[in-house]
Design a protein around this ligand. Structure first.
Ligand SMILES: *[C@@H]1O[C@H](CO)[C@@H](O)[C@H](O)[C@H]1NC(C)=O
Ligand SMILES: *[C@@H]1O[C@H](CO)[C@@H](O)[C@H](O)[C@H]1NC(C)=O
Ligand SMILES: *[C@@H]1O[C@H](CO)[C@@H](O)[C@H](O)[C@H]1NC(C)=O
Ligand SMILES: *[C@@H]1O[C@H](CO)[C@@H](O)[C@H](O)[C@H]1NC(C)=O
Ligand SMILES: *[C@@H]1O[C@H](CO)[C@@H](O)[C@H](O)[C@H]1NC(C)=O
Length: 537
């Protein structure tokens, strides 16, 4: 009996030994903050930076079954993705394998072993280790010199500029294509490529610049004087280093005095937003351009942009969102709108298209084709009607008037009250409906013109910020002015109606102060806000 149990023990120990053997002999480890030479990351394995801030692993946007290697904030339950390796080449159905090959390159394979993505062509030298840092950078350390960084994700950013990251001339951030697709969208943020220029540009499809910071002057961009206000200058800095006219960079540095986590994102809607972490949510407290309707093609085909609307984009009358869910998720530009009734083009059974007069929108002037030979409404109208690709026309108010036509789908439509009449091509059936619904001059523009209400909204938004900062103990008694300056300079304002929607008719009360109550709310993009409602209003 004794020998039997001894040999059983022996057997057990040797199995245990064999099990641990491979790990003892070859340090094929993944875990902690790094991937060792020869090791792989698979499935739901991840590595976490030393102090627990960032995590790298596979993620799959909700419901898509497309897998990506990404970096996110480790302590937050919702993955906020700050970097994606294989943006354009998702792995279908299953997470793959991220391997630091024994010859020193980082390679990503799908579960069938097909190569998806690699750092190989961008590495300065072969690596011995890949590591996620507390800054959020994923780095590879040299095989010959372990202190040398031979590749780093900070040089190949996605849509996020993290604190400590240098933006060199020639680098760019590109927005996600949509909420569920990290592939590069049409919008990018980059330093003006012209030598010596220091301004950052927002560019549409590498082609059309729709916004600029203007040149850097000492400590701010001249188009962004609000960078000098106390709040902005105490939350982040942008040190600038010029090595030569073509070699220069800015670093985004979050100032730790407030101890809040920030990130700067080229958002999917084409604007740059700064987010601050508040508990487990992100609060967008700053964005440029201030008028989102400046973003080129923000609403997609037949979408109209209204800066006074919380949902900036809406479909033109007679059109509906191409993809309801995408539209709801604010993936406007990539989805756009479709006609509710198709055009006839040429007469069918005597019916054909007509035109809907709109006095509350403006069309992109640069896309218009001018015809001086049709100086009257009837001639301009019939010329447009004759060509099926003419989708809209108007007459300039010059003397003599000039007929302008728009061919192809309409982009960059903006809501503009009391504008020149514009005539949109519609199926005749659609026009009849529209007339029975009240004709062409329906006052559909939200009018938020009262200066009183604007002032009220400013006060409200200002109080929101102060409330948040106070709760975090970030502002002393003298802090109000700082917040106010920031606000008047760079915050977007909300209407009372919008705030009512955001707070679900002021349902969740968070607290009560001297002048009123504070309510919890959320914006359509799921950003959490606190709204202070003043008593007696
Ligand atoms: C990882 O995935 C396996 C199998 O899918 C699962 O059993 C395990 O609980 C997961 N681990 C974590 C930490 O989510
Ligand atoms: C994921 O998508 C489903 C359906 O499309 C939706 O009901 C759910 O709320 C989404 N989850 C998250 C976290 O967005
Ligand atoms: C982790 O390290 C980063 C970079 O050094 C620092 O900014 C951050 O405050 C640290 N976070 C924690 C939770 O210690
Ligand atoms: C190793 O790399 C570091 C950082 O790039 C550098 O300062 C150092 O001189 C290198 N050492 C050798 C021996 O090349
Ligand atoms: C309609 O107008 C477009 C743009 O001017 C032109 O290219 C096209 O040839 C025209 N079609 C017809 C049928 O005239």
């Amino acid at each position: 009996m004794a020998t039997n149990s001894l040999s059983a023990w022996y057997f057990f120990l040797s199995v245990l030994y064999m099990l641990t053997l491979p790990y003892n002999c070859h340090p094929l480890t993944v875990g902690g903050d790094s991937i060792a030479l020869g090791a792989s990351l698979t499935g739901n394995q991840s590595i976490v930076s030393k102090n627990g801030t960032f995590e790298l692993g596979f993620f799959c946007p909700n419901g898509t079954n497309n897998w990506y290697i990404g970096i996110w904030y480790a302590q937050m339950s919702n993955k906020t993705i700050v970097w994606v390796a294989n943006r354009e080449t998702p792995i279908r159905n299953k997470p793959g394998v991220l391997n630091l090959t024994t010859d020193g390159y980082l390679k990503l394979y799908d579960s069938d072993g097909r190569s998806i993505w690699s750092t190989r062509k961008n590495q300065k030298a072969i690596a011995s280790k890949a590591m996620i840092l507390d800054s959020g950078s994923f780095v590879m350390l040299g095989a010959n010199n372990i202190s040398e960084i031979v590749w780093e994700s900070f040089l190949y950013p996605a849509d996020t500029w993290l604190s400590g990251m240098k933006m060199w001339k020639g680098m760019k951030l590109t927005s996600w294509k949509s909420s569920l697709d990290p592939a590069p969208g049409p919008f990018s943020l980059e330093m003006d490529p012209a030598p010596s220029k220091t301004q950052f540009l927002l560019v549409y499809k590498d082609n059309i610049t729709y916004w600029s910071t203007e040149e850097w002057v000492v400590d701010h961009f001249s188009g962004m004087p609000d960078m000098l206000n106390n709040f902005a200058s105490e939350t982040f800095r942008l040190p600038f280093v010029k090595i030569s006219p073509t070699k220069m960079y800015f670093t985004y540095i979050q100032i730790s005095k407030f101890d809040i986590v920030q990130r700067l994102v080229l958002y999917k809607t084409g604007d740059v937003r700064s987010f601050y972490r508040y508990n487990s949510s992100w609060i967008n407290i700053w964005s440029v351009p201030k008028d989102l309707c400046f973003v080129y093609d923000i609403c997609g085909a037949y979408g109209a942009c209204n800066r006074n609307n919380l949902q900036f984009c809406s479909c033109l009358e007679g059109f509906k969102p191409k993809d309801k869910r995408a539209w709801f998720l604010q993936d406007w530009w990539s989805s756009g709108c479709l006609r509710s009734s198709p055009l006839y083009c040429s007469p069918i059974n005597g019916t054909t298209d007509g035109f809907l007069q709109k006095n509350d929108i403006s069309l992109a002037k640069e896309k218009a084709v001018s015809y001086s030979q049709y100086p009257t409404l009837p001639t301009c109208r019939s010329a447009c009607l004759e060509n099926c690709s003419c989708k809209a026309f108007d007459l300039t108010n010059s003397t003599p008037p000039i007929c302008r036509m728009w061919f192809g789908d309409l982009f960059n439509v903006r809501v503009a009250s009391n504008s020149q009449p514009v005539f949109l091509r519609m199926a005749a059936s659609e026009l009849q409906q529209s007339i029975s619904n009240g004709g062409s001059n329906q006052g559909r523009v939200l009018s938020i013109s009262l200066p009183v209400s604007t002032a009220f909204i400013l006060v409200l938004a200002f109080l929101v910020i102060i409330f948040l900062l106070r709760r975090r103990g970030m502002l002393g008694k003298g802090g109000d002015m700082e917040g106010h300056e920031l606000l008047s300079a760079s915050l977007r304002t909300f209407t009372y109606k919008e705030l009512r929607i955001a707070t679900n008719n002021f349902r969740d009360k968070l607290g009560k102060g001297a002048f009123g109550s504070v309510f919890k709310g959320s914006l359509p993009d799921d950003t959490l806000v606190a709204v202070k409602k003043l008593r007696g209003l």
